[in-house]
Design a protein around this ligand. Structure first.
Ligand SMILES: NC(=O)c1ccc[n+]([C@@H]2O[C@H](COP(=O)([O-])OP(=O)(O)OC[C@H]3O[C@@H](n4cnc5c(N)ncnc54)[C@H](O)[C@@H]3O)[C@@H](O)[C@H]2O)c1
Length: 383
């Protein structure tokens, strides 16, 4: 019997537009899914590029007006890959129109927008929402979650995350990511969002308090992308903050776009009473694990290559052992889990929805308040 089709539409055709188009195109080839995925419509604003984009990535139709997606009864799921300031407007209209929504991270540019999205999703229980915290679906990160949840490192004591990049120097043009009204924040919402989500995902715990925070803007103006003069860059270039989790673990988080020597160093280490685990995206196929209960003479960091089919999450869908995966595979794994969820099945590891991503957004907001007020902020103060 033919599988029921799920018609997907995507808004946005640049960086995430390409990553998501690839994911929706590849997922049916590598995963045996309950439903067939159809790349129904791509929507974005860059009209001249839309038709060739649709042709190249396999989208059936192209639209210069995302609102048409709301009106099309054929479309089941809309994937939002637009800048942070439009997530809420689009997600609210799509939910209102009865579409499932998969939105890029951070959930929104402001906590107010994020709250409206959470509340709209809550009201429509028959619809599903998803947020593209894609690193959860790197096999090594998914394994880290499983090992910590199984108690392999005991009680969590330290959480240490940093996400460092170096592309945000003074010559980098004033794209939307450097404008507060469009992005909400800079390195913070872009990069700390991921490591806060990863820490919550791996520990299963929630932040109780932000103990202190520094947000710094080094570069106050940048060249306009059209080369005509300069404009104000008003987001943080780096944010560092300390936090305490509800179960007592202490945490440090650091995000920067000015950390020379680091291109995409998305790093999380967790130390527990019985051992430690560490993930570094620049070596994304590897999870490091130390078992502190072993004979001390042979204790040391293990380097686990997370590509063993049947043993490591998602590995059986890809290549033979140690034929390594890359950035795009996390998105394909996520597309597979979204289709599973929409078919009544369980994802391989938990998928964040709007309510879950709202909790990450609250932590980000509390860290910004802490930096501004120069004081500790209890999470109960940030609703
Ligand atoms: N998950 C990740 O690792 C990851 C990585 C990069 C970006 N992101 C997130 O993805 C989102 C998009 O980022 P990007 O890097 O792809 O940006 P981008 O600038 O490369 O692309 C943005 C796209 O959105 C379209 N767009 C902008 N405003 C629109 C509107 N009002 N209506 C319709 N289309 C509109 C543009 O035409 C463009 O195609 C952001 O929320 C960003 O934080 C996530």
């Amino acid at each position: 019997m033919a599988k029921k089709t799920i018609n997907v539409a995507l808004i946005g055709q640049k960086f995430m537009g390409r990553a998501h188009s690839n994911a929706w195109g590849q997922v049916g080839r590598f995963f045996d899914l309950p439903r067939k995925v159809n790349l129904h419509t791509i929507a974005a604003r860059d009209k001249a590029e839309l038709e060739p984009f649709a042709e190249k990535w396999g989208w059936g139709q192209a639209s210069g007006d995302w609102r048409e997606l709301c009106e099309n009864p054929e479309i089941d799921l809309v994937d939002v890959g637009t800048p942070n300031d439009v997530h809420a407007e689009q997600a609210l209209a799509l939910l209102e129109a009865g579409k499932h929504v998969a939105c890029e991270k951070p959930l929104a540019g402001t906590l107010e927008d994020a709250r409206a999205m959470r509340d709209a999703a809550r009201k429509r229980k028959q619809l599903s929402t998803f947020v593209w915290f894609n690193y959860r679906r790197c096999p090594a990160m998914a394994l880290m979650h499983q090992l910590v949840q199984e108690g392999k490192i005991g009680e969590v004591v330290h959480v240490r995350g940093h996400y460092l990049q170096s592309w945000g120097g003074p010559e980098t043009p004033l794209v939307w990511r450097f404008q507060k009204k469009r992005a909400g924040s800079g390195a913070h919402g872009d990069l700390n969002a991921h490591i806060v989500d990863m820490a919550r995902f791996v520990t299963g715990d929630e932040v109780a308090e932000i103990n202190g925070s520094i947000a710094k803007t080094w570069i106050k103006e940048r060249p306009h992308p059209d080369g005509k003069g300069k404009g104000r860059s008003d987001v943080d270039d780096q944010v560092v903050f300390l936090a305490t989790f509800k179960q007592g673990a202490t945490a440090s988080f650091e995000a920067s776009r000015l950390a020379h020597g680091h291109h995409n160093r998305n790093f999380l280490e967790i130390n527990g009473t019985k051992g430690s685990v560490a993930f570094d995206f620049e070596h994304m196929n590897v999870l490091r694990f130390l078992d502190a209960t072993e004979d001390p003479r042979i204790q040391g960091w293990r380097r686990i290559m997370c590509t063993s089919a049947g043993n490591h999450p998602y590995a059986e869908n890809w290549w033979p052992d140690a034929h390594v995966l890359g950035y795009e595979h996390g998105f394909v794994n996520m597309a597979a889990d979204i289709v599973r969820c929409l078919s009544g099945k369980r994802p391989v590891v938990p998928l964040p929805d709007f309510a879950d991503a709202y909790e990450t957004q609250r932590v980000l907001e509390a860290a910004l308040i802490s930096a501004k007020e120069r004081c500790a902020i209890k999470m109960s103060e940030v609703k």
